[in-house]
Design a protein around this ligand. Structure first.
Ligand code: DGY
Length: 321
């Protein structure tokens, strides 16, 4: 008898097709819709394998509803949606989708940085709303990116790809990371800094660290106060790393020039959120890896992991060990 697999989103049929040879596949069937939590808890009842997205919490509650679960594969490189302790204690395999999204996500980070520095969304709204009455010297002026100093918090794969792009813009690259990256320092001239020094010296601070107990609330009131008044904060990692209340206050009080955010503490962010009232905030709906090629490559990694598990072969991209 085939093992049971549940997929929490409607995915392209050609991606899911190979799984039918190995699993009895059930999937959430509504296009562009998120499975409600109670339906997810009911769906995992008898499944052995689960394919989730970063928006699905695989926590103790879900595991209690899934006594047969043996593997969970997440369509993301970040795996903070999976309670690792709970998964490990049950001996459940957990996999993610690293590497294939690195360059695409770094492209988006840089696009967000440029859009924030040069006020691109605001300028577009200005034109479409009929406010463009003429050309003025200080109309919609932004901040120079070329030659500025960028400070990257978290020099993992995506952080490094952002840093290489920054070098192409002739930026001075500072970084803060759990461990020194001596090879990258030598090869590309990146400079290691303490978090405090990085915040004080950077024109653009880019948060690229993974979300964990250690990074939760890492950028709060005290850290924001260290930044230059005309600096820009970019967060494309996880919302919980930046304290949104403190960020709102800093932006509102003119203690920070602007912010570009692809991630939020609560996703989707409520339209009534104070950050959305500020003109100097550029917001995106968590689209870091959203190119067709990359999302396809990510899904293929999930499929490969699930198939390897079903065949009893070595499962790649495990994050549970
Ligand atoms: C991930 O996959 O974890 C990233 O958030 C992509 O944007």
């Amino acid at each position: 008898m085939k093992k049971k697999l549940f997929i929490t989103r409607k995915l392209p049929a050609h991606i899911v097709e190979p799984l039918h040879s190995y699993f009895d596949v059930a999937e959430w069937s509504e296009e562009e819709a998120v499975i409600p939590r109670e339906k997810l808890l009911a769906a995992v009842k008898d499944c052995h394998a689960l394919w989730v997205t970063l928006a699905d919490q695989v926590d103790a509650e879900l595991l209690a509803h899934a006594p047969n679960l043996q593997i969970v594969s997440t369509l993301s490189v970040g795996f903070n949606n999976i309670d690792m302790e709970a998964v490990r204690s049950r001996g459940i395999i957990a996999t993610n989708t690293p590497d294939v999204l690195t360059e695409t996500t770094a492209d988006l980070v840089f696009a967000l940085l440029l859009a924030t520095a040069r006020r691109i969304p605001e300028a577009e709204r200005y034109l479409r709303e009929g406010k463009w009455q003429g050309w003025y010297p200080l109309q919609l002026v932004g901040k120079d990116v070329g030659g500025a100093t960028i400070g990257i918090i978290g020099l993992g794969r995506i952080g490094q790809a952002v840093a290489r792009r920054a070098s192409g813009f002739n930026m001075k690259v500072l970084y803060h990371n759990r461990s020194r990256k001596l090879v990258e320092e030598q090869q590309y001239g990146f400079h290691y800094k303490t978090l405090e020094d990085l915040l004080q010296e950077s024109d653009f601070v880019v948060v690229m660290a993974p979300f964990s107990k250690e990074t939760e609330g890492l950028i709060a009131e005290r850290q924001l106060a260290l930044m230059k008044k005309d600096a820009v904060l970019i967060n494309a990692a996880r919302g919980g790393i930046v304290d949104e209340v403190a960020l709102y206050q800093a932006l509102k009080d003119g203690k920070l020039w602007a912010a570009g955010l692809d991630v939020f503490e609560q996703e989707p962010i409520a339209l009534s959120h104070p950050l959305l009232t500020l003109p100097n905030v550029v917001v995106l709906p968590h689209i870091g890896s959203a190119s067709l090629q990359t999302r396809t490559a990510m899904m293929k990694l999930n499929v490969a992991a699930l198939v390897a598990y079903a065949k009893g072969e070595t499962v790649l991209n495990r994050v549970d060990s």
